[in-house]
Structures are given as structure tokens and as C-alpha cells.
Design a protein around this ligand. Sequence first.
Ligand SMILES: C[S@@+](CC[C@H](N)C(=O)[O-])C[C@H]1O[C@@H](n2cnc3c(N)ncnc32)[C@H](O)[C@@H]1O
Length: 442
Amino acid sequence: MADPARLAAVRVLLAVLPAGGDGQSLRDALPPALTGLKDSERGLAQDLAYGVCRHYRRLHHWLNSHLDKPLKSSARSVELAMLCGIHELWFSQRPAHAVVNAWPGVMRDLKAPWASGLANALLRQAADADVEAVLAAQKPAVRYSLPGWLWARLREAWPEQCHAVAAALLDPPPFTVRLSPEAPADGPQQWQQAGIEARQGDLAPSAWTLSPARAAAAVPGFSEGWVSIQDEAAQLPVGALLEKPLPRAARVLDACAAPGGKTGQLLERQPDMRLLALDASTQRLQRVADNLSRLGRQAALKTGDATQPQAWFDGEPFDAVLLDAPCSATGIIRRQPDVRWHRQADDIPALCGLQADMLDALWPLIAPGGVLVYATCSILPEENSEQIAAFLARHADARDDTPALADAAGGPGCQLLPGTGDYDGFYFCRLQKIGDNDPVQP
Ligand SMILES: C[S@@+](CC[C@H](N)C(=O)[O-])C[C@H]1O[C@@H](n2cnc3c(N)ncnc32)[C@H](O)[C@@H]1O
């Protein structure tokens, strides 16, 4: 095999973006394809697979406008290999002649020798293209490499910010970690000594953006349990939940816990809480167990459906509930660029229905005076502020108690948009259950 890295990238993309159908997620498809590759080959394969998912619509548009006729669906691997080549020319630092010379050989490895000459000719043209001018001439959905429905929704929801948001969704994500309150005082110096630059977050003091990015296990503190990988915005919901102190040994529910990022954060912040970590997926709950064991923390873990508490609730009310609900993941598209193509417009009403069912099912389990923090990594108002506005209209004993945040766009709750700061798109809302001694709102 002449070029295992480029070939692996094409095979991953074939699994993630098959011709005319649902594909696997990048997260599932990539790891098995990387086994057996050298470190440098893994880097190239990963860069191409992520990059083509990210820029797919831009690359595809350029390719089709330079072919006499579109490639047949049976030639999908050839098409994806062409997109990888164009991506490498436009968005990597590798020399153009090396890229142009590499891909004809990959076509032969793909058992498509007929495409070698075509690849050579097209990649020469792509190498000469003025990329900025090519992209600027496209309509926004192509320029921002978004499906039409999602661009239309962003434009409607965020008329002033939509261009900045769509552009930010194309950026590579920052590498942000959470520093435990029990980290050694010289934690950040340990990173510096390991050649890592670190910048503390403006919104969450526990958040540190590290560069260059590296494997989690290579960050001092990760194996020891005082560092976890977590975006800055994703660190805010637990901060909001614990903004006002909970009682000692408070009973807390993490209702959609897996893989356990926020479960660990809750226990780091208040180790004496009695935490129940619930998730519908037993398999994903294992990742919560693994995370907690790395952090040296304990919680009760339970497989269960958050919309059906009668199957798992023991009757003792919770002081606090964290509902980090399943959502469109539109705020984290730069981390999971395949979400652009896998998420469909008609998934959104179904997700909104599930989120509303979860909110309504969990609210009665909270003690008067208790709190529920609702969070999503979505930037669509129907999953966020509109969802919570409808919840507040249905529940007279709920009030919005979200801490104010300067960066937030639109309430109730706090919506963070990609591009405003160095964090993902995220939403959270702190809902207070009116206590027996609180005045009921008219
Ligand atoms: C956004 S993720 C949670 C991320 C997690 N809180 C963290 O910080 O690592 C949503 C989770 O909801 C779970 N889920 C989906 N439907 C559910 C349901 N009906 N009941 C409970 N959990 C559910 C999924 O398995 C998934 O693990």
C-alpha cells in the first residue's frame, strides 16, 4: 500500500459520508482506521477526515463545477479522494507539488486507475485557484459549508450574528481543559514545563485553553485526575447549579450523565453530595464509571430513561437536578464536523419533544426551593430559550434564576454563540423551584 494515511482517510470518509445515505460518526469510524498507522500518518489521516467533513460543501461545489459531469455514486471513493486532495491543497501547509503527486497513486490503490489522470489534472487546477475569491463568490450555505436548512435556521434565529457564527463553526476548536479545585498549586506551571502554553478562561475560572493540543494522556494532571478535557462553555452549567450553596450531603441528579464530564465536575466542586448519575445507555454509563475512577470520585450509576422516573426514582426528592439534554449539537459542529451532514431538519422537532418531556418528568422530583439546570450544546432557540419559555409558562412554581453573563445572547437562560469567545455554542438555564416560604408569582 503506497499511502496508508491518505487511503485510511478515504475509507473513514466512505463510512461517514457514504453516497446518498446515513453514515457512521467520525468518532466511531476514525479510531479503527488509524490502528497500525505511524504517528505522522495518523495525524494526516485525521486531519483529512475531519477537514473534508468540515469543508465538504465548499470542496464538493468546486469539484462539481470543474467536472464535465458529476461522478457516479459507484465512484464515491474516487470523489472523496478528490475532496481530500483539494482540502490538502487549500487548507494544509503541505507543498502543492507533493499533494498533486500523491493522489494519483491513491486512486490506483483504490482500484480506480482510470481516475489517476483526472486527479492529476483537477488537483493542478485546485492548486492554482484563488481560494479566498472562490469561496467569496459562493452563496452563504456553500461558503460556510452548511446544509441549506441549517443556514436558513441560523439566519432566522440570529440575523445579526449568523455570518460570524457560521464562520466560527469552520474554525478548528480550542483545546480546553478543566482544572480541579484540588489540583496542585503549581498545576499550570507543570504544563509550562511540559512545553504547553496555557490561558485561563474569562467565563469559567476552572477553564484553561492549552496549546499546542495533544492527547489527553500527555497533559500533566490528566492521569493523576486533576485535569479533564472540557470546553469552557460546557463548564458553566455546573457553576450555575452550584452558584448558591446546596445543603451538605445534598441529593443531586445528573439526568443525562454520560460520558460523565459534568458528573466529575459536580463531585469536584462538592464532594459530599449524594449524586445519582442516570443515562439511558448502559454502554455510555461505563464511560462515566471510567471517568469517575480516573478522578477518584464516586456516584451511584443507573441506567434509566429520564422521561420515565417511575421506573427508577426512589421517592426521596432531589435538591438539584442537572439536565444536560440530548440535542442537535449545533453548537459543537467545529468539534464534530460530521454533525453538519448527519443532523436533519426534521430531527429538531423530535429532539424538542424529548427535551420538554424530560423537563416535565424531572421537575416534580425536585424539593421545594430546589434547582434544575437545563443545558444543551445547541444554538437553536427552539431547543433553548423557547423551550424554557414554554416550560415557565407550563409551571407556575418555576422561575428563571440564571446568573447574568455578559457574553449571553437572548434569554430566558444564557445562550453562548460560537465566535463570541473561544468556546463552543452552548445554552444553560437555572430554574428555581419556588419554595413553601417563597411568594408565588402572580
Ligand atoms: C449531551 S449528552 C450528556 C453529556 C454529559 N452530561 C457530559 O457532560 O459528559 C446526552 C446524554 O443523554 C443520554 N440520553 C438520551 N436520551 C435519554 C433519556 N431518555 N434518558 C436519559 N438519558 C438519555 C444520552 O445517552 C447521552 O449520554
